[in-house]
Design a protein around this ligand. Sequence first.
Ligand code: NAP
Length: 255
Amino acid sequence: MSGQVLVLGGTGEARRLAAALVERDVDVLSSLAGRVADPVLPAGRVRIGGFGGADGLAAWLAEHRPRAVVDATHPFAAQITASAATAAAAHGTPLLRLQRPGWTPQPGDTWRHVDSLAAAAEAVAGYRSVFLTTGRQGIGAFAALPGRVLVRSVDPPDEPLPPGATLLLDRGPFSVADELALMREHDVDVVVTKDSGGHLTEAKLTAARELGVPVVLVRRPPLPAGVPTAATVEEALTWLDERLRAPGVAGTPRP
Ligand code: NAP
């Protein structure tokens, strides 16, 4: 089997895809932005750092000539996703967007969807104790919140926090029991999250449901036009199998 696959990563799906490709002897190179101080590294080769916009990525594709690119970045990583779409189209490299589905409400949930972090900040301005789980990027949108705010992120935010903020540095997965305990300890009366989807961070939604606490979810940015999408790692492997024309890529792993 020949040809390199570039996986734009930074997610659990990207790591699972890289692991599956390594298992199948595919030459996979995972790319990370370098935002997190101590990232969980995927299997296979890894490069870290931006490409320099769509032009930089197009130049990288021209130099390295991967057989395919899988954009498995986070659903809210809109810039790199746009760059990938532009660069892959310019260079004629097959591109797949691997993006897990968003969360769907269950009976008992009180969810409100909003279009931006700023709109989320507006929606929770009247609450006493906000649990902010949107990640450190863009957290400045909440700087004027008047009440208590529990801010959880992997690394310390570099934008201003609200005056009543308590910062909790932690990385998922989180258990429902731990989320319940945390939300009770801080007497949380509303949760704010991006609609990231996936299992790693959904326990907070279960805990909110059990406690009768409302959740404000920020909607995802739109997908790039004209780029095929996969919702699961397995679908991405099937797509790659077709692109690489190498039987076995999506088949059973080597013994
Ligand atoms: P973004 O706003 O779309 O990207 C900003 C810039 O960071 C891009 O233009 C690109 O720089 C660089 N970049 C982003 N992802 C990259 C990758 N995988 N490899 C190389 N360069 C990358 O992205 P973001 O929201 O800052 O997210 C950064 C990383 O964190 C991504 O890998 C994403 O999967 C992960 N992540 C994001 C979130 C979130 O909520 N946004 C949550 C969890 C994980 P150049 O223009 O110089 O190429």
